[in-house]
Design a protein around this ligand. Structure first.
Ligand SMILES: [Ca+2]
Ligand SMILES: [Ca+2]
Length: 197
């Protein structure tokens, strides 16, 4: 399957990024293994209570997502279900879910990235997490600068929220389209895996 539209490309790319083990489906483990990797990373130096809290938040975000995509009683999300959400949003013009999702993401991102808890995300914190998602050093640098609208060298909640909103809803060219790096299409092999299952 090939996506021509910008918005669909962005949504598919995001799914591919957060499918950490690249098995074509999103599961709770894709969210929890981020915390595992942070724990294993000495530089991140997260405490036990911090890691417990992060696990709880990761589960919550995943539960919201799985419920919106797939209804109650399911434990995974396919790429098709994820993209249906976008189609639904387009058809009804109801962006309520997107808004709730973005706010949930902002909360989660801050819990995850703001390792020293000062209410901002600095470049080092940003780098730790983006590396886990396999984004290249150059792209990490660009993404950070794109998000840092007021150029004070740190990211506020407002800046992250503004970036996410554009990323998930705008069809037009925009700097914020690249807040997760230069998006590329997942490989055909990945699509076969993700869409056929
Ligand atoms: Ca997965
Ligand atoms: Ca800033």
């Amino acid at each position: 399957m090939i996506f021509f539209e910008l918005l669909e490309k962005k949504w598919a790319y995001f799914f591919y990024l957060i499918d950490l083990n690249k098995d074509g489906v999103l599961k709770q483990s894709d969210f929890l293994s981020i915390v595992d990797r942070l724990e294993a990373n000495e530089q991140a130096a997260i405490s036990v209570p911090q890691s417990r809290w992060l696990r709880l938040q990761a589960k919550k975000l995943f539960d919201t997502l799985v419920f919106e995509c797939n209804g109650r009683g399911n434990d995974q999300i396919s790429l098709g279900q994820w993209l249906n959400l976008l189609k639904q949003h387009r058809r009804t013009g109801n962006s309520k879910f997107i808004r709730i999702f973005c706010l949930g993401c902002v909360r989660y991102i801050f819990n995850l990235f703001d390792l020293n808890g000062d209410g901002y995300i600095d470049f080092e914190e940003f780098q730790e997490i983006y590396r886990i998602y396999g984004i290249s050093e150059g792209q990490i640098f660009l993404a950070f600068n794109r998000l840092d609208e007021n150029e004070d060298g740190k990211l506020s909640r407002k800046e992250i929220d503004a970036g996410l909103e554009v990323f998930f809803t705008k069809e037009s060219p925009d700097n914020f389209n690249y807040i997760f790096g230069e998006f590329h299409q997942p490989t055909p092999a990945y699509y076969r895996l993700a869409l056929v299952g």
